[in-house]
Design a protein around this ligand. Structure first.
Ligand code: DGY
Length: 324
């Protein structure tokens, strides 16, 4: 065990943190809610490792509050909460948890697609409200999935995993990027421009990281291109969609429905107009939340911390240029 100090900004599943505590002097934030930015900043002065979550903003000021930081490890595949350029400039490797959550997140994106298409949350509410008085030909009629067209925006690992699921439903696949080209082509995916994808798809599923380029990439103009029967699914990051534009499009019937695992901001405020819409299904950023996957994410995040403390290359590093 070393004297290196590590701060974990939350408890993690299983005995992962116990394993970490065998390597270092570990402090764990025990609260359900994240520590304030100021609290993390205060802790930074003597930290060698920071194990954080996507709820923690890790910016240059925070990094500069420490002088001994050897590693930042995010228990998430996304890392838009961390200023990677600033970390690289300071020679700090940043770890994430790619791969282990791909299938779990794709399962959930598809579950959202199906729930919105077949109006499952509305059906549950209908029963609970005592409205189920008889079988009726038009009650809660939704959209077919089998044979429909699915547009996947950003075909990285998770986009490709969603495409595999869609193949089982004999869906036509449109993609606007071919990061996982061989796999997407093998599945019969057609590469089209974003506008064509939006105009032709019955379902549009977002799978892009949040960057300056993808921020609000779906706004009024893009929603205006979509079919009035289309359903938009977002398991990426909330601000890849412009929330007010989405609200107007859903309210005015410009598109049929949306299913969102992520919002901007998170958590969504209870007075957000999107929450007033029956055709907007919102759940609290749980696409990767299977027991097994969350445990694997925690293990990977801890592996990254341990490697960083030992001065070894992080197993999954988002800024490998720090080693150049
Ligand atoms: C991630 O890992 O980036 C996900 O959003 C967490 O579910």
């Amino acid at each position: 065990m070393s004297n290196d100090k590590v701060f974990a900004t939350r408890q993690m599943p299983g005995s992962t943190l116990e394993r970490l505590s065998q390597y270092c002097d570990l402090e764990v934030w025990d609260d359900f809610m994240p520590p304030d930015y100021e609290i993390i900043t205060e802790k930074m002065s003597d930290l060698a490792g920071l194990l954080c979550l996507l709820t923690d903003r890790i910016d240059p000021q925070l990094m500069d509050a420490g002088s001994n930081l050897k590693v930042i490890s995010n228990m998430a595949v996304g890392f838009d909460n961390i200023d990677i350029e600033a970390a690289t400039l300071r020679g700090i490797p940043v770890g994430n948890t790619p791969g282990v959550l791909t299938e779990t997140t794709a399962d959930f994106a598809f579950a959202l697609l199906m729930a919105a298409a077949r109006r499952i949350p509305e059906g549950r509410q209908y029963v609970q409200d005592g409205k189920w008085r008889t079988w009726h030909p038009t009650v809660l009629a939704g959209q077919d999935i089998f044979g429909a067209t699915l547009g996947i925006i950003g075909s990285g690992r998770i986009g490709a995993a969603v495409a595999r699921r869609a193949k089982g439903f004999k869906m036509r696949l449109l993609v606007n990027s071919l990061e996982t080209e061989a796999e997407i082509r093998q599945l019969g995916g057609e590469k089209v421009g974003l506008d064509d994808l939006l105009a032709q798809s019955d379902y549009v599923s977002m799978h892009v990281p949040l960057t300056d380029e993808t921020h609000h990439m779906i706004s009024d103009r893009e929603l205006g291109l979509m079919k009035s029967t289309a359903i938009l699914i977002n398991t990426a990051r909330g601000s890849v969609l412009d929330p007010m534009a989405l609200y107007h499009a859903l309210r005015d019937g410009q598109i049929l429905a949306a299913a969102l695992d992520v919002t901007d901001p998170e958590p969504i405020p209870l007075d957000d107009p999107l929450l007033t819409l029956d055709n907007c299904l919102i759940v609290p950023h749980i696409a990767s939340a299977s027991v097994a996957t969350r445990a694997k994410m925690a293990e990977m995040a801890v592996d990254n911390v341990i490697a960083g403390l030992r001065g070894e290359r992080l197993p999954t590093c988002v800024n490998p240029e720090v080693y150049d």
